[in-house]
Design a binder for this molecule. Structure first.
Ligand SMILES: NC(=O)C1=CN([C@@H]2O[C@H](COP(=O)(O)OP(=O)(O)OC[C@H]3O[C@@H](n4cnc5c(N)ncnc54)[C@H](OP(=O)(O)O)[C@@H]3O)[C@@H](O)[C@H]2O)C=CC1
Ligand SMILES: Cc1cn([C@H]2C[C@H](O)[C@@H](COP(=O)(O)OP(=O)(O)O[C@H]3O[C@@H](C)C(=O)[C@@H](O)[C@H]3O)O2)c(=O)[nH]c1=O
Length: 280
């Protein structure tokens, strides 16, 4: 299958590129092709006619999106629009990666694929949601794969941030304990996408690892599994203020994976242990 992966030098993009290497891959990073450039995207699709486009390009710095709003809209929303238009013009399937942050985050239960999203409270979430809407409206042959709390090689992520903080010999690290979600590895997401490529499902799919944790639980487990005796102190979101307010509840239920009869996602602690073994 001829697959074009955007954001191929990002955290998920590099993992996708490595695990899908048996396919005929077209890999582009921002310096090769800016997805916010409508003509560039259309010309690339017309010239290369990919069977499938996997869009893993995005402006992912959640706090920076609050101040660089125009850029966030151009990449996360307009970029998806350009890819959706180009895919429907040349007849490619579009698989675009989205996020738990599209939800408001105040529900007491995990969000499933048929819950109503509204973009939530952050510019990042709102622009990612607008990108989803463009795709739904412009490209019928689409999959939107919502993932969350992602870590892996070749990208900024919470696991690596915690390990770098531990190297600073801080007496303690404060971590929020009132936001809950599903820590998820790029490896698990890539296996899911491989499975999804074998289906012709259209619509939204939630693809996070099984089990949930607060960021505090996540941090403690990172240190435990790494054999590091780092003191972690739980705190509230009000004590750890960030420019973008993170959702309290980011948990995603995976109703579609179950309905499709696909392999369940792995448990988050097992995935984390595997990642730490290979990355330390
Ligand atoms: N990281 C996370 O925790 C989560 C991520 N996601 C989603 O998963 C996907 C992959 O995320 P992740 O791998 O972490 O992100 P990264 O930030 O690691 O990678 C994103 C890539 O997109 C590229 N990019 C940025 N702007 C453009 C542009 N205008 N045109 C083309 N490429 C561009 C970046 O290039 P450059 O490096 O040059 O800027 C980067 O290589 C994204 O859709 C993200 O929203 C969803 C949930 C959680
Ligand atoms: C570094 C640090 C963070 N935190 C908190 C802040 C925040 O609430 C939470 C996570 O912070 P981060 O900035 O690492 O993660 P954040 O950028 O919010 O991660 C999000 O990224 C985007 C791209 C997504 O799509 C989401 O699914 C999610 O993974 O941890 C602490 O409490 N203590 C700390 O020392």
């Amino acid at each position: 299958m001829k697959i074009w992966i955007t954001g191929a030098s990002g955290m998920l993009g590099t993992e996708l590129a490595s695990k899908l290497s048996s396919h005929d891959l077209l890999l582009t990073g921002r310096s090769d092709l800016d997805i916010s450039n409508e003509n560039a995207v259309l010309n690339f699709c017309k010239q290369n006619k990919p069977d499938t486009v996997i869009n893993s390009a995005a402006f992912t710095n959640v706090d920076a999106c609050e101040t660089e709003k125009d850029l966030a809209w151009m990449v996360n929303a307009w970029g998806c629009r350009n890819l959706a238009l180009a895919c429907s013009t040349v007849g490619s399937r579009l698989i675009s990666i989205s996020t738990d942050y599209v939800f408001e985050g105040d529900s007491s239960r995990p969000y499933h694929e048929f819950d109503v999203a509204n973009g939530g409270k952050t510019v990042y979430g709102q622009t990612k949601f607008a990108g989803e809407q463009f795709i739904r409206q412009l490209c019928p042959n689409h999959l939107i794969v919502r993932i969350a709390w992602l870590y892996g090689n070749n990208g900024k992520n919470f696991v690596d941030t915690m390990l770098s903080l531990a190297e600073k010999n801080l007496s303690e690290i404060k971590v929020v304990n009132d936001q809950i979600g599903n820590p998820t590895s790029t490896s698990a997401v890539t296996y899911l996408i491989k499975d999804l490529l074998r289906t012709d499902y259209k619509g939204v799919v939630h693809g996070t690892c099984e089990g949930s944790a607060t960021w505090y639980d996540f941090a403690k487990t990172i240190f435990e599994l790494s054999g590091l005796h780092q003191k972690v102190v739980p705190c509230t979101s009000k004590e750890f203020v960030r420019p973008a307010p993170r959702p309290s509840n980011s948990r995603l239920e995976k109703r579609v994976i179950q309905m499709l009869g696909l392999a369940p996602m792995p448990e988050w602690k097992e995935e984390l242990a595997k990642y730490l073994k290979t990355s330390i």
